[in-house]
Design a binder for this molecule. Structure first.
Ligand SMILES: C[S@@+](CC[C@H](N)C(=O)[O-])C[C@H]1O[C@@H](n2cnc3c(N)ncnc32)[C@H](O)[C@@H]1O
Length: 168
């Protein structure tokens, strides 16, 4: 397998074993592929709005990774996170994108059924204060999720803040 970057490893270490993993804005898919290959998560969902990213990832998955399937399954969603209508559950990861994208996706998820989400792992590229303000105001986060911890993780010479929220 591939070695994860320190940032990705920090995210991976906080996925909840035995629960589905939803990797929103997955791009290269390293996080989800590692989760899939570990066999510790029953479902791994790859979501990216760029269709060719998902088709290339799915092709690579079928060639190199699917053979490691035991009881776990992988799902590929070529659409924006905010437009997803499928029930989302387990650990939801939204990292490597900006605050506007994160808040759009969270609004989209919570307009639908989200009661099965146990943990969010979130990291923004920009406007950290705006994201903090969003969490203070966004009703589902005020009532159903608690801020559990944050980690500072290095990425290309920068420090990124990883935020973890758990279902109350
Ligand atoms: C910089 S990459 C981040 C990849 C990975 N999450 C990481 O942190 O390394 C951003 C990816 O997010 C995807 N993306 C941007 N907005 C999105 C949205 N609203 N819904 C789903 N995917 C989105 C882009 O297509 C791109 O592949």
């Amino acid at each position: 397998m591939f070695k994860l970057s320190d940032r990705m490893q920090a995210v991976y270490d906080h996925l909840i074993p035995g629960e589905p993993v939803w990797d929103f804005c997955c791009d290269h898919g390293y996080l989800g592929l590692s989760a899939y290959r570990s066999g510790r998560f029953p479902e791994v969902h790859f979501v990216d709005q760029v269709p060719h990213i998902i088709s290339t990832l799915k092709e690579r998955f079928e060639q190199k990774h699917q053979k490691y399937e035991q009881n776990q399954r992988a799902f590929f969603w070529a659409q924006s996170g905010e437009s997803l209508t499928h029930k989302v559950s387990g650990t939801v990861v939204i990292i490597g994108v900006g605050t506007h994208t994160i808040t759009d996706i969270l609004r989209g998820i919570h307009e639908k059924n989200s009661v099965f989400i146990k943990r969010y792992i979130i990291s923004t590229h920009n406007y950290e204060e705006k994201l903090d303000a969003f969490f203070d105001e966004f009703p589902p986060f005020k009532t159903s999720f608690q801020f559990t911890k944050f980690c500072n993780v290095p990425e290309n010479g920068r420090i990124r803040k990883l935020l973890i929220f758990d279902k109350i």
